[in-house]
Design a protein. Structure first.
Length: 94
């Protein structure tokens, strides 16, 4: 599944069977649990936007790539063992 927006992207409760690619010119957040069975990629492309995926029930089972723009911070809460493919951020919290 691909999701790309020109502003902030809020991921609600969702289940993706396969890969997820999320890209946003604004911040990427979650307002519900996000479950992905394949690889997950989260990228912000402007404005030092952060990636904050902090719902306690998140389950990202494949490789995870996190790329925040500029000085954007990254926060990831994952209910399963995390396979970090790549992280590009000025500050990280796991």
């Amino acid at each position: 599944m691909r999701a790309g927006v020109t502003g902030a992207l809020d991921l609600g409760t969702s289940t993706v069977g396969g890969a997820l690619v999320a890209s946003s010119a604004g911040a990427i957040t979650d307002s519900g649990n996000v479950s992905v069975t394949g690889a997950s990629s989260f990228t912000t492309t402007a404005g030092n936007a952060a990636i904050t995926l902090n719902s306690a029930g998140n389950a990202l089972t494949g490789a995870v790539t996190l790329a925040a723009n500029g000085t954007g911070a990254v926060t990831l809460v994952n209910n399963t063992a995390t396979n970090q493919e790549a992280v590009n951020a000025m500050a990280t919290t796991a």
